[in-house]
Structures are given as C-alpha cells and as structure tokens.
Design a binder for this molecule. Structure first.
Ligand code: ATP
Ligand code: MG
Length: 204
C-alpha cells in the first residue's frame, strides 16, 4: 500500500509555493508520490478568468519534471463541467484503490473545505495535509477542525512551508505590469508563459 499525496490547484501558473509545499509534505509524511492535479473549471472562478486547461497542465508537467516523486494527473482536466474536489478524490480512489490518499492544501483552503460540495464525504476518502506559513497559529485551526469533525481529529495534519507568500495572482499581475517573475517559479514555466503570451492583459 502506497501513500499518495494529491496536490490540487488551478496552477495558473504553478509556482515554488506549490512545489515546496508538495516536497515538504512528501518528506514529512513519507509519501511515495505526489500527484499534481490541475483543475478543470474551478467552481469559484469564471471560465474566462482561467487560462486554458492544456496550458495549465503543460506548465505543471514542466515544473514537476525534475522530481522523480512528482507526477501530473489529467483526471480533472479531462472531466466535463466544474471541478469539485470530491469528484477528484473519487476518481483517484478508483485509479489507486490500494493507496492511502493525502490531500495537500493551503491552511486557509482547509477552512473552506467545510463549504465544499459533499464536505463530510471528503474525510472518508482521504487525510488532509494543510500547509501554513511559519508562525501560523496551528492550534486554533486544529481546534476549529476538531470541533467540526469530531470523529476525525486525526484526519488533519499540518506542515510549515517558508514559501507561502508566493501566489499565482501576484505572478499574473507582475506579467501584466511587465515586472519580473523569475525566481518565483521554475525557469521552464517562465519560458512557457513568455512563449505563449500568457497573462499579458485583462483579467486578474
Ligand atoms: P491564485 O492566486 O490564482 O488563487 P494560488 O497561488 O493560490 O493561485 P492555487 O492554484 O489556487 O494557487 O492553489 C493550489 C493549492 O496550493 C491550494 O491548496 C493553495 O492553498 C495552495 N497554495 C497556493 N499558494 C501556495 C503557497 N505559496 N504555498 C503553499 N501552498 C500554496
Ligand atoms: Mg488560490
């Protein structure tokens, strides 16, 4: 039985915050593999507000290339309609029936989980690893989650990640404004963005 990390996201674009978090979680929790799962159409964003799924998929492949423990899944990109995490987890459960699944996410996103579709089913499908920036009050978050998921206190784990200030939103704004993005994300992804003229205008 393998321990499989799942890093879901829009990855528009993927950056060192995502990569660092996945690597830290892999090492801390002895994960055999981390599967990056670029979303199809995320529920909280307009379709026109998100880059083409194939661009986001390819950037994720480029960014994860050098790590033998990282892989990219197309389950969400290939599924029709809005991407709900519960569908992602069900699909991966089917694809990896013998593996233990660990869903890796930002700590703030973990609090949103309770508002997600079929939230109570999620903890039956996987454990959660929540990334926080160093110094984040984990105790308060743990207490809140423990109160909500009384039967599943051990379903939530925490990991501190130093690169948490990086965001895709900021990277897109920088491209639009002609400011530098090097060193926030892998060089191959910077080249991909330039070559395809991503993030030059319009949306945030
Ligand atoms: P956007 O700014 O467009 O919302 P983002 O940088 O938050 O993008 P997402 O693709 O939305 O990236 O995030 C995917 C997952 O990675 C989420 O679980 C999110 O909480 C987490 N995440 C985002 N940025 C970081 C970071 N710097 N460090 C650790 N985790 C992060
Ligand atoms: Mg985000």
């Amino acid at each position: 039985m393998a321990r499989l990390g799942i890093m879901g996201g829009t990855f528009d674009p993927i950056h060192y915050g995502h990569l660092m978090t996945a690597e830290e979680a892999r090492e801390r929790f002895g994960l055999d593999k981390v599967l990056f799962v670029p979303s199809g159409h995320p529920p909280h964003k307009k379709l026109t507000d998100v880059s083409d799924a194939e661009h986001r998929y390819l950037m994720t492949v480029l960014a994860t290339l050098s790590n033998p423990a990282f892989e990219v899944s197309r389950v969400d990109v290939d599924r029709e309609g809005i991407t709900y995490t519960v569908d992602t987890l069900r699909d991966l459960h089917r694809l990896y029936p013998d593996d233990e699944l660990y869903f890796i996410t930002g700590a703030d996103a973990v609090l949103e989980i309770i508002t997600w579709k079929d939230a109570h089913r999620l903890v039956e499908l996987c454990d959660f690893i929540a990334a926080t920036r160093p110094g984040y009050p984990i105790d308060a978050l743990e207490e809140k989650l423990g109160a909500l998921y009384t039967d599943c206190r051990e379903c939530f784990h925490f990991v501190e990640v130093p690169a948490l200030a990086i965001s895709s939103t900021d990277i897109r704004a920088r491209v639009r404004e002609g400011r530098p993005i090097r060193y926030l994300l892998p060089e191959s992804v910077v080249y991909y963005i330039e070559k395809n003229g991503l993030y030059l205008e319009g949306r945030k």
